[in-house]
Design a protein. Structure first.
Length: 117
């Protein structure tokens, strides 16, 4: 059974940093796309970043470019999202997702990130 477990969320002041982790289990993820999404109150879930482990290719949504970095540790089956220069508009529940060719078959339970101004 595939499981994705996020951790690392919390409350931080604007300008601060957080690192989210997503521990994956239940299968081999080396050929998968691993992604981070977020959902703010009253808004739809939106894509944030993804990584293709097989080629270490990364993609980011424009508002986080230059501030967020997605990375993966194949040995630990863990994906990270380093978030720097956080803004109040980054406040959301952040979800980890996985799937072949970015089809996002699997989702974690989410972790809350709150950025205070």
């Amino acid at each position: 059974q595939v499981q994705l477990v996020e951790s690392g969320g919390g409350l931080v002041q604007a300008g601060g940093s957080l690192r989210l982790s997503c521990a994956a289990s239940g299968r081999t993820f080396s050929s998968y796309h691993m992604g981070w999404f977020r959902q703010a109150p009253g808004k739809e879930r939106e894509f944030v970043a993804r990584i293709i482990w097989s080629g270490n290719i990364t993609v980011y949504v424009d508002p986080v470019k230059g501030r967020f970095t997605i990375s993966g540790d194949n040995a630990k089956n863990t994906v990270y999202l380093q978030m720097n220069s956080l803004k109040p508009e980054d406040t959301a529940v952040y979800y980890c997702a996985a799937g072949p060719k970015a089809t996002w078959n699997y989702w974690g339970q989410g972790t809350q990130v709150t950025v205070s101004s």
